[in-house]
Design a protein around this ligand. Structure first.
Ligand SMILES: Cc1ncc(COP(=O)(O)O)c(C=O)c1O
Length: 407
């Protein structure tokens, strides 16, 4: 008889966003006349820009003619896109990354979740706390995280690196030595960043100890400050210790289109084996290539027109971030993030837990955010708002929260 993977049974029950969804649905059901503003889930709201739509239309037309039809895409991505990424995202920033070190995929979530497969079962992972949940849960499924402590909401075999206002959201080097270190920069959920200098500490540490950094740069397009690196390969030594994940979801609105890529440098070896070859094998065996139409659409992200249109789109969201950041700070909240990332991380109202604050905002201001504790124990007492709403709803949400604070 088939047996299930028991590791899945260890995953704690209710998923953050489904709990939020249920609470919002219950509130809306009981109060149908209230206009609830959702600044919770990190999904974009602006439509695809015209340059991307045009590229997609052209690719669709190609698919309709025998001479230009495309079947299975190359597993690792079309050469035209890999070349463009290597040139625009890396070489132009002074990073040495070759086209054949880029693995095109259907998004960063899959890659962040799948990467652990190429590492040994007994690898010890280290994550920032709070954390994007995929890093931990994918390792739970693989049986790497030990037992779950319900009280403390931590796994026995995971190294948690607290990131709070106390350390300015910069993780400290762990006491115990991890094998895999997940870093997300700019960070989801805190919206904070590591500077080049701060990231160099991690690159040096990984090279010294033999750990591998799994670097998630899904929010790279939102970086505004010069000392924040757009890629870990801007840091000397990163080619021998880091894998980088990128996404077209947040820079180009591809959350529903799906595309991302992972960089595995050929200089990254562990156990006498090049990780590049392992990931190529994994990707080629389990992934059948991202759609031609989508990869053509991604080319428009790098065109002159596309770049200009996307710059405006990112600026639109970052203006929302500014409205939230400044509005709440003026109202007396302790606010973080929002400068190089579309997330604002604020301290909940005095004396309230993250979930108390969630309920309070939902009921009194009809605004939905995400309780910080849902991202890890060090998120307790914090709250995340996203800048991905419309300008109008963002302004209204901030006004409602400010009013509530004054009451
Ligand atoms: C930190 C982080 N990594 C990865 C992803 C997923 O990106 P994608 O849409 O490319 O799967 C997200 C999405 O919200 C994210 O916040």
């Amino acid at each position: 008889m088939a047996k299930v993977n028991e590791n899945y049974l260890k995953l704690p029950g209710s998923y953050l966003f489904s709990t939020i969804g249920k609470k919002v649905a219950a509130y809306q059901g009981a109060n149908p006349d209230r206009k609830v503003i959702r600044l919770g889930i990190g999904d974009v709201t602006q439509p695809l820009v015209p340059a991307i739509i045009q590229a997609m239309h052209e690719a669709v037309d190609e698919m309709g003619k025998a001479e230009t039809f495309h079947g299975y895409a190359p597993d690792l991505g079309y050469g035209f896109l890999r070349e463009e990424i290597a040139r625009s995202d890396y070489r132009e920033r002074g990073c040495q990354v070759d086209a054949d070190e880029i693995f095109v995929s259907d998004g960063a979530k899959s890659d962040c979740g799948n990467i652990q497969e190429i590492f040994s079962q007994d690898s010890r992972i280290a994550v920032c706390d709070p954390v994007y949940p995929v890093y931990v849960d994918s390792n739970v499924m693989a049986g790497r995280t030990g037992e779950y402590d319900k009280e403390r909401e931590v796994w026995s075999n995971v190294i948690y690196m607290p990131c709070t206002a106390g350390n300015r959201f910069v993780p400290e080097l762990p006491q115990e030595c991890p094998d895999l270190i997940y870093l997300c920069n700019p960070n989801n959920p805190t919206g904070t960043t590591l500077t080049r200098e701060q990231l160099k500490v991690w690159v040096d540490y990984a090279n010294r100890t033999g750990a591998v950094i799994l670097y998630d740069a899904a929010y790279e397009a939102y970086i505004a400050q010069k000392d924040v690196p757009h890629s870990i390969y801007e840091i000397e030594g990163a080619r021998t210790c880091a894998v980088e994940f990128r996404s077209f979801s947040k820079n180009a609105g591809f959350t529903g289109v799906r595309l991302g890529f992972t960089v595995v440098p050929k200089d990254l070896w562990r156990d006498g084996v090049a990780l590049h070859g392992l990931w190529a094998r994994r990707h080629g065996t389990k992934f059948n290539g991202a759609p031609y139409i989508v990869q053509k659409a991604a080319m428009a992200v790098y065109s002159q027109e596309g770049k200009a249109q996307l710059k405006d789109q990112v600026a639109y969201y970052m203006n929302n971030a500014r409205v939230i950041y400044e509005g709440l700070r003026e109202a007396g909240y302790e606010v973080y993030g929002g400068v190089n990332a579309p997330y604002i991380w604020l301290r909940a109202q005095e004396g309230m837990s993250s979930w108390d604050f969630f309920d309070w905002l939902l009921e009194k201001a009809n605004v939905v955010g995400t309780p910080g504790s849902g991202f890890g124990p060090s998120g307790e007492g914090y709250f995340r708002l996203t800048a991905f709403g419309t300008y109008e709803s963002t302004v209204e949400a901030v006004e409602r929260i400010r009013k509530l604070r004054r009451e």
